[in-house]
Design a protein around this ligand. Structure first.
Ligand SMILES: [Zn+2]
Ligand SMILES: [Zn+2]
Length: 188
């Protein structure tokens, strides 16, 4: 999903690495990140607000569950009219960290698609940067739109049809000499 790892890798930060061994039962975390840009399959976008992250880590018999919310605001580009617009992001984190010792049992018993949010771990330190990035990416549609009724650009001259709703081109001009030829073709 992450198309240029090196760009988003700049978002990594030691404080986003958690030692699961230190979690007794459940612990809550809440903080803000000053991320400036995020690389997405739709392009590199500016993050124009603090990234609010709230989540908890809870221990269970097989590992840990990490669940929470990510809120921020992005400046996206409309895929129809190419204008920049702001979009609120209300992402979710939900990940299951299963001890690698149990992976065989898991893969045998569970359908693969239900393992989407499952990460097998063998070290107790986990980096949640990717969980935050994913939660933001999930909120960006494949074709971002400034408005679902955006009229886009004129395919002939590129004028913004939202600003020029009456914009039209004359009927396609057909040279009368060709018109005759077209008649001949149509008769055949
Ligand atoms: Zn638009
Ligand atoms: Zn036009």
């Amino acid at each position: 999903m992450i198309n240029d790892k090196s760009l988003n890798d700049k978002l990594r930060d030691a404080k986003l690495i958690y030692d699961l061994e230190k979690i007794e039962e459940r612990e809550d975390f809440s903080f803000q990140l000053n991320w400036e840009k995020i690389d997405t399959p739709e392009g590199l976008f500016d993050i124009i607000d603090k990234v609010d992250v709230d989540f908890y880590i809870e221990k269970n018999s097989e590992g840990f569950i990490i669940k929470g919310a990510v809120k921020t605001k992005l400046e996206l580009e409309c895929s129809r009219c190419l204008k920049k617009y702001h979009q609120d992001i209300n992402g979710e984190i939900e990940a299951y960290y299963i001890n690698e010792r149990l992976s065989d049992k898991y893969i045998k018993n569970e359908k693969l698609e239900s393992l989407d949010n499952t990460i097998f771990f063998n070290e107790s330190k986990v980096d949640i940067t990717d969980r935050i990035i994913e939660s933001i990416l999930m909120e960006i549609s494949e074709k971002p739109l400034c408005d679902e009724n955006c009229k886009g650009l004129c395919p002939v001259c590129g004028v913004d049809l939202n600003e020029n709703p009456e914009h039209k081109h004359e009927e396609e001009y057909i040279d009368p000499r060709f018109a005759k030829l077209l008649d001949i073709f149509n008769e055949e």
